[in-house]
Design a protein around this ligand. Structure first.
Ligand code: ATP
Ligand code: MG
Length: 243
């Protein structure tokens, strides 16, 4: 039992939940180490949504709303951390929610689909095929889902798959706390924020943005600027960390 007055209560509860999900097979063991890397960057960022992250979140909303076939790709970590937030974002933007795993088994896909449905999401399902230009299991997706999507939101994704999706001509929105990762640098747009803060912020922007704001955000999208701002915000914070 984690004491609620522990200064790192939220982080400890999250770790406990991920460990439980790993025992149940929903989260891959490798997913636990990925979470650790995310936590480290969140520490550097200050565990808050920065100004540049908010701008990225609003731009992500504009991209999802402007898409013809938007798809939200969900893996084990995302389902364990943010199933409800995925369902809320789906309601706000009308995207397809599809489970896509790096460490894929049919049993894990079914488990994660169930978590999402229980949280209120409408989950796209059906037979998957090896359609992405990647070796092994990472190539699997649905023809009518991610394969034909024009905009794909990929929370906590690997750089290879991000690059493959961009190479297929898709607009890719990444959520990744590490502004230096290959995913962050290859994506069309990167939201450098923690997934449970990022998804509700994108959903809020979907509901609130005016038509003019959306078109301004789309025409001024500059991922290099957003990533440099994220790094600048981390550096500025670190330079006063011990004050
Ligand atoms: P890449 O393959 O893009 O170079 P990587 O190999 O360093 O990145 P992966 O394990 O492939 O890392 O991807 C997981 C990414 O998800 C990491 O960059 C990590 O920072 C990020 N991440 C982990 N947990 C969270 C979270 N809760 N919210 C946002 N990002 C997270
Ligand atoms: Mg990787």
């Amino acid at each position: 039992m984690i004491p609620p007055d522990h200064p790192r209560y939220r982080s400890l509860v999250t770790r406990e939940r991920l460990a439980r999900c790993a025992k149940e097979g929903v989260v891959a063991m490798e997913g636990l180490t990925a979470h650790g890397r995310g936590e480290a960057f969140d520490y550097l960022i200050g565990e808050r949504t920065t100004e540049s992250a908010l701008l990225a979140e609003q731009t992500a909303a504009a991209m999802l709303l402007a898409a013809t076939r938007p798809v939200i790709s969900v893996n084990g970590n995302t389902a364990a951390l943010a199933a409800q937030e995925i369902a809320e974002l789906q309601k706000a933007c009308g995207a397809i929610v599809e489970v896509n795993l790096f460490h894929r088994t049919e049993a894990r896909v079914a488990q994660i689909e169930k978590i999402l449905r229980d949280a209120g999401a409408e989950v796209f399902f059906g037979p998957a095929e090896q359609l992405l230009p990647l070796s092994h299991d990472r190539a699997w997706c649905r023809r009518e889902g991610m394969y034909t999507a024009d905009v794909v939101l990929i929370p906590l994704e690997d750089g290879d798959r991000c690059e493959a999706l961009v190479g297929m001509g898709k607009k890719v929105i990444a959520i990744d706390l590490n502004p230096l990762s290959r995913t962050a640098r290859k994506a069309t747009l990167t939201v450098v924020d923690e997934v449970t803060r990022a998804l509700p912020a994108i959903a809020r922007a979907c509901r609130d943005l005016s038509a003019e704001e959306k078109s301004r955000l789309l025409s001024t999208l500059d991922n290099h600027y957003l990533l440099s701002e994220a790094i600048r915000e981390i550096t500025a914070r670190l330079s006063h960390a011990l004050d």
